[in-house]
Design a protein. Structure first.
Length: 193
């Protein structure tokens, strides 16, 4: 074992600051043996995690058969989901080789976003295949909220304010924080009319 490489690995993955200082003082018989033993212990600790990660089967990607003689709108959706899938597969292949955690996180979020968009398109295409038309668009959220009673809107607004506060303080997931803020502002705008 190359002592310098082992030292670098222990600096990255070792937890004991005393051992890090001792190993940094230089190579001798005791340090080399102790470093090797510590690295083997670290590898053994990570082994169950690696086995668990490989045991998880990859989720099958939904797909839809190509629709023959489809209108231009459907052909455009098919083309879009296939290009999004190609981008997602490319990012997925680069994910393992990415060294920086922030880049990996950005890539992972983009992959999840693409997966969601692909599934939405496939849902639309499946609906078209069953019913011969695309699903009706969702009603505008503002119109739906305007139809609600003022007391209900006030209660929704107060709940959103509390949820936003909890998310900002870290007591609740902040995954949809932007959507909550946007909805609160929309409700506030409706209530001020």
């Amino acid at each position: 074992m190359d002592y310098g490489v082992g030292l670098h690995l222990y600096e990255l993955y070792g937890q004991n600051a005393t051992l890090k200082r001792m190993f940094a003082k230089g190579k001798n018989t005791y340090n080399a043996q102790k470093l090797r033993a510590e690295l083997e212990r670290i590898v053994e600790a990570f082994q169950p995690l690696a086995e668990a990660a490989t045991a998880i089967p990859r989720r099958e990607i939904r797909s839809v058969e190509r629709i023959e003689n489809a209108p231009e709108e459907i052909a455009a959706l098919e083309k879009k989901w296939r290009s999004l899938y190609a981008e997602m597969a490319f990012l997925h292949s680069k994910l393992d080789s990415c060294q920086r955690d922030d880049e990996r996180g950005t890539m992972a979020l983009r992959i999840l976003s693409l997966d969601k968009e692909i599934n939405e398109i496939i849902d639309q295409l499946s609906y078209y295949k069953q019913h011969g038309k695309l699903p009706d668009p969702m009603p505008d959220e503002g119109k739906v909220l305007e139809s609600l009673d003022r007391a209900v809107l006030e209660k929704m607004r107060k709940n959103l304010i509390a949820n936003i506060s909890h998310a900002k303080a870290g007591r609740r997931s902040a995954d949809n924080l932007a959507a909550m803020i946007e909805r609160k502002e929309l409700i506030t705008h409706i209530l001020e009319k």
